[in-house]
Design a protein around this ligand. Structure first.
Ligand SMILES: Nc1ncnc2c1ncn2[C@@H]1O[C@H](COP(=O)(O)OP(=O)(O)OP(=O)(O)O)[C@@H](O)[C@H]1O
Ligand SMILES: [Mg+2]
Length: 501
């Protein structure tokens, strides 16, 4: 048989296989010779594609979003974090984000880049890419609607040789996730989120997010929060139990979440307590401004986009939600097209809850809020604390604050002597002083918030010292006492009276 006919008789697949095998050998040697840096990047991709035609390579794809587009995939984030170290060496086009350490950056690949990784003698390749969703799909992608932006779908694809199948699937990938999580913890900047929807630049494309955030840097800790030491310890113990309670919650079949109700007059440290809790637990904060949530459906969507290890806060719950089901009139003004759609959902939810108020706008109802707290959705992800604050606990519907929903009720009260001593130590660094006795007496007679006490103890000029600050506090307390004796109205009570009229 002649050479030509011999060649033509060969199966083209065999030829390709030979090329692929040859290339693999050459490629792995090139790597050792460090020549990859010069021309390996592009050649490797083409070679792998060529080789893929006869399938000596396998691939695993990890998508950024799981479950439709509702939840960001943990695996994707972990791979991204894991690759950040490898990226800085082998990738040409990188993206950088701020890290916990102010001088450092966290690097990741932009779409289209790829990087090689070595594991127990095997070489694998990671490729970052994105795809636009099909048109019809795109329309449905972002609940929240509007914007019309077609968000791209992002992926990492891992290529490896078939003979490394077990090694990669059973050992390498779990290790990637584990190390990725460790990198994430190391680089994690805590965030304070608020429900203003934004388009954010993420991984080479604009993504719509229901939340915007800033880095959370509040300095308040339990060490600087004045309150009864026994009460403080009880709260810290409760938080510890929660944080370490994964197995317990699984065993008793409860969603891993806990509700806190903080109540008390203005300036008694409710917001400060939330910051201290977040710092203590090392959690993010999601601060929901309920008056700008259009409907129950939107509330649920906000919840789904929260991550675990977070505190979800609704401040002044009594002002945000009329517990009969209708929102405060002043908040019911602006509506848009989307609201109409969501309003229908809210109306349905209200009807289901037996609401009989006129449907004035899209709204969050009490039943919507209850579902948000303890519905099925609240179980997704776990490890979340929900905190409500209020100045008027008596106005809240018992259904909202019953145990199981708001598991722990914490009263934040006026400054007592113990709290005062704590503040004096924190602000003035004094443990004892001749004026302590007078302050103690006065605090028994007049109610002053820790915020006011703290303000009086704050030095206002360079001449101020513990003597002047404590004297200022005594003066302020005496004035308050005189005012009380002359029948001065408590602004809080006055407000209540006005509302009742
Ligand atoms: N118990 C406290 N210990 C230390 N600082 C306090 C305490 N209570 C209040 N403060 C200080 O007073 C200021 C106001 O407190 P904060 O905003 O937490 O009050 P609040 O109870 O949330 O009030 P509001 O009901 O008006 O929201 C903060 O700067 C806070 O640091
Ligand atoms: Mg507050």
């Amino acid at each position: 048989m002649e050479g030509g006919s011999l060649l033509s008789g060969l199966n083209s697949g065999v030829v390709l296989s030979l090329i692929a095998v040859l290339w693999t050998v050459v490629w792995q040697n090139l790597q050792h010779l460090q020549l990859q840096q010069f021309f390996g990047r592009h050649l490797s991709r083409h070679a792998r594609r060529l080789a893929a035609m006869v399938d000596p390579y396998l691939s695993v794809t990890i998508a950024e979003y799981e479950g439709g587009r509702m939840k960001r995939s943990d695996a994707y984030e972990e791979v991204k974090a894991y690759l950040s170290a490898a990226c800085s060496r082998g990738v040409r086009h990188l993206r950088a984000e701020g890290a916990k350490d102010a001088d450092k950056l966290v690097l990741s690949m932009v779409d289209g880049e790829e990087v090689a990784d070595e594991f127990e003698g095997a070489t694998v390749w990671w490729w970052a890419y994105s795809k636009s969703p099909p048109r019809a799909d795109a329309a449905a992608v972002w609940w929240g609607g509007g914007g019309g932006a077609q968000e791209e779908r992002r992926f990492y694809r891992l290529f490896f040789l078939e003979r490394h199948r077990e090694l990669v699937l059973d050992t390498y990938l779990p290790r990637v996730r584990q190390q990725g999580r460790a990198v994430m913890v190391k680089n994690r900047q805590r965030k304070l989120f608020t429900n203003i929807s934004t388009h954010q630049w993420s991984d080479g494309g604009y993504m719509r997010s229901a939340w915007s955030h800033v880095v959370f840097e509040h300095p308040k800790t339990f060490d600087t929060l004045a309150m009864d030491p026994a009460k403080k310890k009880e709260i810290k113990d409760d938080l510890d139990m929660f944080k370490n309670g994964k197995d317990y919650y699984a065993r008793v079949g409860k969603a891993w979440k806990r509700g806190y109700l903080l109540y008390g007059p203005p300036g008694t440290g409710k917001s400060a307590m939330i910051a201290a809790m977040a710092n203590y637990l090392d959690y993010d904060i999601y601060d929901i401004e309920l008056t700008s949530v259009h409907s129950n459906t939107d509330l649920r969507k906000l919840f789904i986009e929260t991550t675990s290890k977070s505190i979800i806060v609704i401040e002044d719950i009594d002002c945000s939600l009329d517990l009969t089901g209708a929102r405060k009139k002043k908040k019911a003004a602006a509506e848009d097209d989307k609201d109409k759609k969501d309003g229908a959902a809210a109306a349905a939810a209200k009807a289901a809850a037996g609401g009989d108020k006129k449907d004035t706008s899209s709204k969050v109802t009490l039943s919507g809020l209850l579902n948000f707290i303890d519905g099925l959705w609240s179980a997704c992800g776990g490890e979340r604390i929900i905190v409500f604050t209020t100045n008027h606990v008596q106005k809240l519907d018992p259904a909202l604050i019953r145990r199981g929903r708001m598991d722990k009720h914490i009263e934040m009260s006026y400054c007592g002597f113990e709290a005062f001593k704590f503040l004096a130590k924190t602000y003035l660094d004094v443990d004892a002083h001749a004026l302590f006795g007078a302050v103690g007496e006065l605090l028994r007679e007049v109610e002053m918030t820790p915020a006011d006490v703290a303000e009086n103890l704050t030095p206002k000029s360079l001449e101020d010292n513990p003597d002047t600050c404590l004297a200022a506090l005594v003066k302020a307390l005496e004035e308050a006492k005189e005012k009380k004796a002359s029948g001065g109205n408590d602004p809080d009570e006055q407000e209540d009276e006005e509302e009742e009229q």
